[in-house]
Design a protein around this ligand. Structure first.
Ligand code: PEP
Ligand code: MG
Length: 907
């Protein structure tokens, strides 16, 4: 800790600078920087964020002892700059006291304005401003704010109204007026005495008349607000460490409510929604900053062009616009020119889009804040690419300016922004797969298909989806499930399809029998309209209009740039030719995981799959498998064609067999009829296949080891498809992958079946093709013995979903029950199924990669779990030195950008 805690800023001296955000917070550092640039900023002082920690650990007295003399000196400096005295009755210096931490936390902490007013100073302010109404209005606002924020006078219960507002309403009622502005000076004076009486009666303390007492109270209150509930929650949500603390800015007040030559506003150097390089913003004449935020009056536009655009949207005639809502450019042309010059200077200086706040006091412009502007994903891309083109930033900076996850907003349909504001949100689930969707509720996958065939748009609502729902999911506009996590079936499949999905919406009760879902006591029937936002997890009632994503040229340019910087290759997890095409369009350079079980549910093939499962012996199984062979071969041909020249990793069958059979009596009876068997036979077989813990049961390579003929059929389908494609001049690059391997013997047994099947096919066809046989590393044992497996396997693909599940001992499908509590209580910092647990599971990945390379220097190493599309995990995989990540097609661009950022950041 240094021994300087207070930094002043003003025209004659500035001690801080933009690069001191750690100590001065974003607001304080930028106020200082603006002063250094010669921009007019009301002078003030910033108390370092280090002091916040002293407050938290040792309390107010320790803080006062530590900084009292520096604060006194700081205030003396501001007094000199302004030519006024703090606490002076004739011409008082008034200040604002505001929070400001290293990371922007909008509205989370407290602010006090007009501090320094008291019974004497209000008279001085009246005389100096010549505006008694303004002076008393400022005084009553100050008491109200101070009483609430510093003295803690809050409503007695959450149902009660703000007690200050109750007094205001009573006075207005007595006078028979509706607006605050209709009150007279006498009313405001009366209000001040009522406010003070309220404080005295409720708190048993007097409102402090001494400005220094006011100031110390306010400083402590701002430190205290670092630990209020909403600030704590915001920090948790945005990964902001509690230890940072907030700085406190004490700044001389300027007033935008001193008449028609005064005003206040907010502006952006570019359009924060689209990224267009156009200065824009809003202001109010004769108003304080709070009035703009509160949205009580219709704000006016800053530029003439913006004003015309606004009038068109708001359907205001040009005549009305000019007379009632003129732009700042028209109303105060000189101020406008100064503002324009300032915004250009600020953007050029910070080399980023700025969000600025200003006040005009009787014809003089003051800047109150500048910060990097929050923006949409589309604006991020456009602004970054245009700033690069304009020579404002370099390529690396342009790449780092775009948050990879925000690219989502550009890839999927989105809700119309205006429409969503008025939509009614009825539930909230996990944002499992982004995009916006609106449709009529259906509760069954087959009915989804029927409805869509009739030209309807549907949302499939299920308790949780299973592979049987695949076709219904494919035709639905979106999927809503009451259960499940981010890696549950619905979530994984929906992301793969690029389909909007909200999963695990716990407040939704699905009753498939009654064909209803109940949310918050309201019943929604089949056919009712709902809308889902898969990017936020919100579920809305009714139809909210959507619009298609616009993949503008800037997006393409950004991707090209990313390509030049990244080292990790990006592949996609795709199970169909269509998914493969989408992935290739997004720039995937191969398929890292084709889950063959997803193909088993297509069309009528489920019947042959069931026949295979129900077969009594190997001969029966082979008969059924023979029917599946041509279907699988056809699928693989489609995928090889779509990925011509690029590697395709095909994984052998993984899920437990019972997933392919119906579990309720009706469907079992129906199946018995279809298969010419008795209901009991079917039921017995289903019971036979029941497992206590299917995720750790008869799945993965255990299936192929117990029934080698399944592996044989799949290997044959793959090799035959590759030969057929080769004959057509296509270049298939085949990688066959064995799942869930824990010992090299499992690998060897399956590899032997694959290789001997391939040899048989080559002999029959008198043609050959190169192929590789590799393994998933997704059991902890597989990772531990990766050196022995690596001697045999030609590639490793880390299945980090299972590896996480088994290393942590968390069932992927049941985490909804405890993970939210775990995250809230900080047992894990992030959902380990979304972002790789670097300390635990990450160690296994790193170790297995090293072991693999130690025995096979050129072994190909990739990741195909959901983490392959997560930017923080991608950074980790880059550092571990893997060759590629594989993710769902719609995450490919995100992964490409994240890979470029990893390469730049880890240089
Ligand atoms: C994995 O376990 O990470 C994986 C990709 O396989 P699946 O999700 O199909 O189990
Ligand atoms: Mg797996």
């Amino acid at each position: 800790m240094s021994n300087k805690f207070v930094y002043v800023f003003g025209p004659s001296k500035t001690e801080g600078a933009a690069d001191m955000k750690d100590r001065l917070g974003g607001k304080g550092a930028n106020l200082a920087e603006m002063c250094r640039l010669g921009i007019s900023v009301p002078p003030g002082l910033t108390i370092s964020a280090e002091v916040c920690t002293v407050y938290t650990e040792q309390g107010a007295d320790a803080v006062r002892k530590l900084i009292e003399s520096e604060v006194l000196q700081g205030v003396a400096f501001v007094e000199k700059e302004m030519g006024k005295k703090f606490g002076d009755a004739a011409d008082p210096l008034l200040v604002s006291v505001r929070s400001g931490s290293r990371a922007s936390m909008p509205g989370m902490m407290d602010t006090i304005l007009n501090l320094g007013l008291n019974d004497e100073a209000v008279v001085g302010l009246t005389n100096k401003s010549g505006n008694e109404r303004f002076a008393w209005d400022s005084y009553r606002r100050f008491i109200q704010m101070y009483g609430d924020v510093v003295m803690g006078l809050k409503p007695e219960s959450k149902e009660d109204h703000d007690p200050f507002e109750v007094i205001i309403d009573e006075i207005k009622e007595k006078k028979g007026v509706e607006l605050d502005t209709q009150l007279e000076v006498a009313d405001l004076k009366h209000m001040v005495s009522e406010f003070k009486a309220l404080i005295r009666n409720r708190l048993g303390r007097e409102f402090p008349n001494n400005p220094w007492d006011q100031l110390w109270g306010a400083i402590m209150a701002v430190f205290q607000s670092w630990d209020n509930d909403r600030a704590k929650l915001y920090r948790k949500m945005n990964d902001i460490p509690d230890s940072w603390g907030t700085a406190v800015n004490v700044q001389s007040m300027v007033f935008g409510n001193l008449g028609d030559h005064s005003g206040t506003g907010v502006a952006f150097t570019r359009d924060a929604a689209s990224g267009e390089d156009i200065f824009n913003g809003e202001f109010l004449v004769n108003a304080q900053g709070e009035d703009v935020v509160a949205g009580i009056r219709t704000p006016q536009q800053i530029t003439l062009e913006g004003s015309r655009r606004w009038a068109q949207l708001a359907q205001v005639s040009e005549e009305d616009r000019r007379s009632k809502f003129p732009s700042l450019e028209e109303l105060m042309p000189e101020i406008y020119q100064q503002l324009l010059k300032t915004e250009t200077a600020l953007e050029n200086h910070y080399k980023d889009m700025q969000d600025i706040e200003f006040t005009i006091q009787e014809g003089k412009l003051w800047m109150l804040q500048t910060r990097s502007a929050k923006r949409t994903g589309a604006a991020m891309v456009r602004a970054a690419m245009e700033m690069l083109q304009q020579g404002l930033i370099d390529e690396k900076t342009a790449l780092l300016r775009v948050t990879p996850d925000r690219l989502n907003e550009l890839l999927h349909p989105v809700f119309d922004r205006q429409a969503v504001k008025s939509a009614r949100s009825i539930a909230h689930g996990l944002p499992a797969s982004p995009g916006a969707a609106t449709g009529q509720i259906v509760f069954f996958a087959d009915e989804a298909e029927e409805w869509v065939a009739k030209g309807k748009t549907v949302i499939l609502v299920r308790q949780e989806t299973s592979p049987e729902d695949l076709r219904g999911m494919a035709v639905a506009k979106g999927i809503l499930t009451a259960r499940g996590g981010m890696t549950s079936h619905a979530a994984v499949v929906a992301r793969g399809m690029g389909k909007c999905c909200v999963s695990g919406a716990g407040s939704v009760r699905v009753d498939p029998k009654a064909r209803t879902m109940t949310v918050g006591g309201k019943v929604y029937k089949e056919g009712d309209w709902v809308s889902l936002d898969g990017s936020t997890g919100q579920v809305y009632e009714g139809q909210v209009p959507t619009k298609d994503a616009d993949l503008s040229g800037d997006f393409g340019k950004l991707m090209e740039l990313a390509e030049r910087y990244k080292r990790l290759a990006v592949r996609a997890n795709a199970d169909t030719p269509e998914d493969a095409r989408v992935a290739r369009n997004f720039g995937a350079v191969g398929i890292g995981l084709c889950r063959t079980e997803h193909m088993f549910f297509e069309g009528d093939r489920i019947k042959s799959v069931r026949e295979m499962i129900l077969a009594q012996d190997e001969a029966g199984r082979r008969k059924a498998l023979a029917k599946l062979l041509p279907m699988q071969r056809g699928d693989f041909e489609g995928i090889f064609k779509a990925m011509d020249g690029l590697p395709v990793t095909i994984r052998l069958l993984d899920p437990p067999l019972h997933e392919f059979l119906p579990h309720d009596e009706t469907n079992q009876r129906e199946m018995a009829k279809e298969m010419g068997l008795s209901y009991e036979e079917i039921k017995n077989r289903v019971d036979d296949l029941h497992e206590a813990n299917p995720m750790m049961g008869h799945r993965g390579c255990r299936l192929g080891i117990t029934y080698p003929e399944i592996t044989e059929m799949q290997a044959r389908a793959i090799i035959e498809a590759a030969l057929n494609c080769k004959a057509q001049g296509i270049n298939p690059k085949v990688e066959i992958m064995i799942p869930l391997v824990g010992t090299v013997r499992e690998f060897n047994a399956q590899a032997k079946v694959i290789r001997s099947t391939a040899e048989a096919v080559f002999a029959e066809r008198k043609a050959t093709i190169d192929f590789m046989v590799g393994t998933m590393i997704e059991t902890p044992r597989g990772a531990l013995v990766a050196d022995s497996i690596g001697k045999q396997a030609e590639f490793f693909s880390f299945g980090t979903n299972d590896l996480t599940q088994m290393t942590l001992g968390f069932s992927r499908d049941d985490i909804g029950k405890f993970l939210p509590v775990y995250l809230k209580d900080g047992m894990y910092e992030q959902d380990p199924f979304q972002s790789i647990d670097q300390k635990g599971v990450g160690q296994l990945v790193q170790m297995a990669a090293q072991k693999g390379r130690s025995v096979r220097a050129n072994i190909k190493l990739g990741v195909c779990g959901e983490h392959g599309g997560d930017p923080a995990s991608i950074d980790f995989f880059h550092r571990v030195g893997l060759d590629y990540v594989s993710c769902s097609p719609f995450r490919v661009p995100i992964a490409r950008l994240a890979a470029a950022q990893a390469a730049i950041s880890n240089k």
